[in-house]
Design a protein around this ligand. Structure first.
Ligand code: 8YV
Length: 333
């Protein structure tokens, strides 16, 4: 590609990323930071060489049918690509890239923070104090559960799951995991992690369950009413992955009925709105999808978007190509 590619960005990005993009490409940036409507997305994708969406954009087959014949790349700002119909993009010859790796440690930090905060009732305590309900220390006030010595179940032992395992060990948690495939023995040993082929068996054992698998048809509502019923009443669930992995209505009911003790959530099925029943429950922490919300992660995510676009322009394979299941990698011409 000889002239500068036209790059359309759907949301405001960190200013240093926008500045660099504007230097390098013919970049169309947003003035306001609201998610685009489907009509706006269809319009935006119809006239560009590179499209840069985020998790708030639903890039389905209908949007892809509006894509400009010039469209050479969808460079997602974010690691998860469940909001993009990657199979249809692939069939149309449009590569999709993402931004993995750079947000791993920050997201694992948030998962660990939620484990600590929910089991020690930190947010509930803050709310109570502000409401004037702290009338002094009491021997039986605000009791939570001890982290050290507990068992943590990690559902999805990829980069972020492994980063959480490293933190959890330092807090004295015994690490268990369920993953489609067992991770290599050497990594298991380094993480002192025990593999469970059977998710249901792991659920009955753990004090904490932290979700780190992607949202796919096979992980949809993986944690449902029946699986919640297998968990211990003194256990907690943390989700910094995707809301769709948990049946949120079933989770709200389980929390209300005391089937489990609490939850720390950063992601929701109907984002941005959590299930309404969750809003009234004291034993739930509701974070606003901030797993990668550090200046550092967001800058580095922008860097990866730039690198993927530059590689494509130079006729190299974009380094962070995402392929649909079963597809094989082909170098772009
Ligand atoms: C990102 C995320 O900030 O990377 C992901 O998949 O869930 C978030 O942490 C978001 O996707 C930005 O598009």
């Amino acid at each position: 590609m000889k002239s500068k590619p036209k790059v359309v960005v759907t949301r405001r990005l960190p200013i240093e990323v926008e500045t660099r993009m504007a230097d390098l490409f013919d970049t169309i940036l947003r003035d306001d930071d609201t998610p685009m409507t489907q009509a706006e997305l269809a319009d935006a994708i119809s006239d560009c060489d590179v499209f840069v969406p985020t998790v708030t954009d639903e890039i389905d087959a209908a949007i892809l049918s509006s894509a400009s014949p010039r469209l050479r790349l969808i460079a997602n700002f974010g690691a998860g690509t469940d909001h993009i119909d990657v199979a249809t993009a692939h069939a149309k010859g449009i590569p999709v890239t993402n931004t993995p790796g750079v947000l791993t440690e920050d997201t694992a930090d948030l998962a660990m923070a939620l484990i600590l905060a929910v089991s020690r009732r930190l947010v509930e305590g803050d709310r109570r104090l502000r409401a004037g309900e702290f009338i002094g220390w009491g021997p039986t006030h605000m009791l939570g559960h001890r982290v050290r010595g507990g068992k943590l179940g990690i559902l999805g032992m990829g980069r972020i799951g492994q980063a959480l395992a490293r933190r959890a060990t330092a807090f004295g948690l015994d690490v268990h995991y369920h993953n489609r495939r067992r991770i290599p023995k050497g990594i298991e040993d380094t993480l002192s992690a025990t593999w469970h082929e059977d998710l249901d068996a792991m659920l009955g054992e753990v004090n904490f369950l932290s979700i780190h698998c992607p949202a796919t048809p096979s992980t949809y509502h993986l944690i449902n009413e029946a699986r919640l019923a297998k968990m211990r009443p003194d256990s907690y669930i943390v989700n910094t992955a995707r809301g769709e992995v948990i049946d949120e209505a079933a989770l709200a009911a389980a929390l209300k009925a005391g089937v489990i003790s609490g939850a720390g959530l950063d992601v929701y099925e109907g984002e941005p709105d959590p299930h309404p029943d969750l809003l009234d429950l004291p034993n739930v922490i509701l974070a606003p999808h901030i797993g990668s919300a550090t200046h550092e992660s967001r800058r580095e995510m922008g860097e990866l978007v730039l690198i993927n676009i530059r590689a494509m322009m130079d006729h190299h394979a974009a380094p962070n190509r995402v392929l649909p299941p079963g597809a094989t990698f082909q170098v772009a011409s």
